[in-house]
Design a protein around this ligand. Structure first.
Ligand SMILES: Cc1ncc(COP(=O)(O)O)c(C=O)c1O
Length: 362
């Protein structure tokens, strides 16, 4: 079976876990501090805060930004649920914007979604493909909006020489097992270049406290990452660069092998960006048949995501946005397929995926 994703420990992970057990320090310890320091090279941000998941990262940063209740936050219609759940649970309002052929938010459709209640744009770099940040930052600056980067799928990606996560005001990363960089469990990171916001986030992840054990000058959550998880992250971080490179090699093989095959639409990458290929997502009118054919041939694939957010029940119940409102995103959800993508794929396995897809079309 060729796996779609394949999170794996390395030979340093067990020692790292033992180190924490021997120390007896399970939260708020040196492993988290070390991971935050090491993550600077991933996020390009000076201030990084370990948290319990990418979802916690989004909830935390949205609460820390402290917009008035009912503020409108612009969100791409194609993303994981967590992006807009965090908006809703912070008592803001999600305003969806359609994506374009890159499968990221269409920058030309943002302006029409802005009202006098809009406070921020959440940009998702879906599948590890950088969104069109120059255009997005220009619209945000014109309307005095914050840009929040949902970089949960985009560890180490670059846009015009800048790390994804360091372009907007603040970013969320997920360290979930299948992600490009992981703690082999739930985990996340909030990254920012804004020192004041960072200080607030650090307190709010820890019941609002700074140094005093009982006194706090903010309301807060417990969104801390465990020391065991942070130690796993520290053991895996040295492999991250080589693993990203391998994902890029796999993507290049797919692109070369699948160009012009059947009705396939291959992923689009903007000029002067470095994608990190969390997913290699193709599109075809025959998606369900192709998925079944791959499965018959022992090849896993997945559909991330099958519903645009406005058609998810919870958002339907609140916003009643009819089908057809975001045609590009809706079409993508019906035609997308994520091929096997992880750093342990061999060239031979990639060739098998390519030849099986070609066979499907003959
Ligand atoms: C785009 C996006 N946002 C947010 C999240 C939430 O991250 P987590 O699963 O770590 O809570 C994910 C994870 O799947 C994601 O892909």
């Amino acid at each position: 079976m060729i796996k779609q994703a394949n999170p794996r420990p390395n030979d340093k992970v067990l020692d790292a876990i033992k180190r924490v057990i021997d120390s007896g320090r399970y939260v708020k310890g040196p492993e988290s501090v070390k991971l935050e320091e090491g993550f600077k090279s991933v996020s390009g941000c000076e201030y990084n805060y370990t948290v319990s998941s990418g979802t916690s990262a989004l909830n935390l940063l949205l609460k820390a930004l402290d917009y008035p209740i009912g503020s409108e936050i612009i969100v791409p219609v194609n993303t994981f649920l967590a992006t807009a759940n965090a908006v809703e649970l912070s008592n803001y309002t999600s305003v969806f914007v359609d994506v374009d052929d890159s499968m990221n938010m269409d920058p030309d459709k943002i302006e029409e979604a802005i009202t006098d209640k809009t406070k921020a744009i959440i940009i998702v770099h879906l599948y590890g493909t950088p969104a069109d940040m120059d255009k997005i930052m220009a619209v945000a600056q014109k309307h005095n909006l914050d840009v929040i980067e949902d970089a949960c799928q985009a560890h180490g990606a670059e846009y015009h020489g800048k790390k994804i996560g360091s372009i907007g005001r603040v970013a969320a990363f997920s360290l979930f097992p299948t992600k490009n960089f992981t703690v082999l469990g739930d985990g996340g990171m909030v990254s920012t270049t804004d020192r004041e916001l960072g200080i607030r986030i650090a307190k709010m992840r820890n019941a609002g406290r700074d140094k005093h054990p009982d006194d706090a000058d903010e309301f807060g959550f417990n969104f801390r990452l465990s020391e065991v998880s942070a130690a796993v992250g520290n053991a895996l971080l040295p492999d991250f660069e080589a693993q990203t490179k391998r994902r890029q090699e796999v993507a290049a093989l797919y692109t070369k092998g699948l160009e012009g095959v059947g009705d396939l639409i291959l992923p689009k990458v903007l000029h002067n960006t470095v994608p990190v290929w969390h997913q290699y997502t193709i599109r075809t009118e025959k998606r369900d048949e192709l998925k079944a054919f791959l499965a018959e041939n022992e090849i896993q694939s997945s559909i991330k995501y099958s519903l645009p957010l406005h058609l998810v029940k919870a958002f339907q119940n609140k916003y009643h946005i009819p089908e057809g409102t975001y045609p590009v995103g809706e079409k993508i959800c019906k035609t997308l397929l994520c091929l096997p993508m992880h750093p342990f794929l061999t060239d031979e396995e990639v060739e098998t995926v390519i030849s099986t897809i070609k066979k499907f079309y003959t």
